[in-house]
Design a protein around this ligand. Structure first.
Ligand code: MTE
Length: 315
């Protein structure tokens, strides 16, 4: 976001998942040999297979981006500002045990173990495109459940109008939160927000996996939100708290650069970011740029949420 780097991938540069996994097994084996006693910690289930029922009705009919690209070209500033920092450094994140506190303006606040959530709500696979404000996009088979299912369970009060997401704050696990390491810092912890009706929209997915397996650390393990009609930065990673509020919650990127990152951040080819045109995008793995669609192609499903709003003002 603050640092501009062109995507490095072309379709023939990207390794197949099978080759990637065998190479990865080799690397994990080699890494285990070099670990000091006690460094191993609890086994993290990232990479383990995760079953889910494909929701074809809510899935893009496009081939997914190669797994290796989706797990090595990331934005996760808690691990640094470069696209390859998260894949290199995310082993310091311990995604189990992990709890998510759901509270604020609700009748039944509760702290859930992340694995309890995956048992409570049937997991679906949905292929969504993630469109980054930097002008690239990826097509990812996410696994998760509608955020609405969780919110309905805790029963929002009549005063609840917004939902705030908070990422874990722990500089020991997130080197980027030790600002001196990278010379760049958001106001940690990373927070994001949605209006309650956006959060309750059936497309909004709390995500615990991708590509048929448990979410990798660099993609926001153990749980992140995915909001497919908004720019990628709305999709907060490694969430520890979901809080219902009556006022619009402040968000990390909006606090850092208010002119560049609005609260709504609906994908809108007609409103350019001050530094990047939003008219087109490049799917990672493709050469040609394609036209960006309003609401990232979900206009029919979500346009009504913004009836009567000036989306240039509420960017
Ligand atoms: N969540 C946290 N906690 N920290 C981040 O830096 N980056 C955001 C979003 N969620 C970010 C985050 C941005 S800018 C994008 S584009 C997406 O995550 C990238 O998701 P991906 O790396 O899984 O493609």
């Amino acid at each position: 976001m603050l640092i501009r780097r062109a995507p490095r991938f072309t379709s023939n540069e990207i390794t197949d998942r099978k080759v990637y996994l065998s190479r990865r097994e080799w690397m994990i084996g080699a890494a285990a040999l070099t670990l000091l006693p006690g460094e191993c910690g609890a086994a993290t289930p990232q990479g383990e297979p995760l079953g889910a029922t494909r929701n074809d009705g809510l899935s893009l009919k496009e081939p997914p981006t190669k797994f290796e690209a989706a797990t090595t070209y990331n934005n996760f500033y808690e691990f640094g500002v470069n696209k390859d920092d998260p894949a290199r450094l995310a082993h310091t994140l311990k995604p189990r045990p992990w709890t998510v506190q759901v509270d604020g303006l609700v009748h039944k606040p509760k702290t859930f173990d992340v694995d309890e959530l995956s048992r409570l709500f049937p997991l679906e696979e949905r292929v969504y495109a993630l469109r980054c404000v930097e002008g690239w996009s990826m097509v990812i088979p996410w696994i998760g459940f509608p955020l609405a299912s969780l919110l309905k369970r805790v029963e929002p009060t009549g005063q609840a109008k917004y939902v705030e997401f908070t990422t874990l704050l722990d500089p020991k696990q997130f080197p980027g939160q030790r600002a001196s390491l990278f010379g760049f810092a958001l106001d940690w912890p990373y927070t994001e927000g949605l209006r309650l009706d956006e959060a309750l929209h059936p497309l909004t997915l709390l995500t615990v996996g991708m590509y048929g397996q448990v979410l990798s650390n660099q993609n926001g393990a153990p749980i992140r939100v995915v909001v497919p009609w908004k720019y990628g930065f709305k999709s907060a990673k490694s969430i520890v708290r979901i809080r219902l509020t009556s006022n619009e919650p402040p968000t990390a990127w909006n606090k850092a650069a208010p002119r560049e990152y609005g609260f709504y951040s609906n994908v809108n080819p007609a409103v350019d970011h001050p530094r990047w045109s939003q008219a087109t995008e490049r799917r990672i793995g493709e050469f040609r740029r394609r036209s960006t669609l309003p609401f990232n192609g979900y206009g029919d499903q979500v346009r009504h949420l913004y009836a009567g709003m000036d989306l240039k003002k509420y960017y």
